[in-house]
Design a binder for this molecule. Structure first.
Ligand SMILES: CC(C)(COP(=O)(O)OP(=O)(O)OC[C@H]1O[C@@H](n2cnc3c(N)ncnc32)[C@H](O)[C@@H]1OP(=O)(O)O)[C@@H](O)C(=O)NCCC(=O)NCCS
Length: 148
């Protein structure tokens, strides 16, 4: 990790600043919270931790100019700590079969196939950032954070 970084949950007063440069697409989802990586006053990337059963990591995104600096790895590790602190022993993430960078990231972070059948997603999903046409296949990966 380079630079002086901080990762912390998104504060209400930071929504506009972060939303201007990152999607915050799941801001109104209502079942979890965002973690944001900062370098000084600059938001570098974010990740949403959905406190569902099972708990799920969603919307991991790093600004293009800050990629390959370990930001997503650090956000993933922070999400794992948050999940563990809340008593969750496994963390899941759904990844597009076409998203090789994300697959490489999660593999490197210790995630493995959760054994869930791939999920075909098709149609329009409405996010804070607007409607999004999707036609994709998602695979579910999982990491064991502690012994069950
Ligand atoms: C996928 C994404 C989050 C990775 O963010 P990042 O901060 O660049 O990732 P890191 O720097 O932590 O990368 C860690 C490791 O993941 C792998 N990796 C990350 N990006 C990669 C790429 N484009 N190609 C191949 N491997 C990649 C590498 O092993 C990397 O380690 P290395 O740089 O030492 O080789 C980023 O590319 C992104 O925001 N993509 C668009 C949104 C997205 O697809 N999100 C995933 C949703 S599931």
């Amino acid at each position: 990790m380079s630079g002086v970084w901080a990762i912390r949950p998104l504060a209400p007063k930071e929504k506009d600043r972060v939303g201007a440069v990152l999607g915050l697409a799941r801001l109104h989802q209502g079942d979890g919270f965002y973690l944001v990586a900062w370098e000084g006053a600059e938001p570098l990337g974010h990740a949403y931790l959905a406190l569902t059963q099972p708990v799920e990591l969603q919307d991991v995104a790093v600004r293009e100019e800050h990629r390959r600096r370990g930001v997503a790895s650090a956000l993933t590790a922070a999400a794992e700590r948050e999940a563990l602190a809340r008593g969750f022993h496994r963390l899941r993430v759904a990844v597009s079969v076409r998203n090789e960078p994300a697959q490489a990231l999660y593999r490197r972070c210790g995630y493995v196939d959760a054994g869930v059948p791939p999920k075909r997603v098709q149609g329009t999903i409405v996010l804070r950032t607007g409607p999004l046409e999707v036609d994709d296949t998602l695979v579910t990966w999982e990491k064991r954070l502690a012994c069950d």
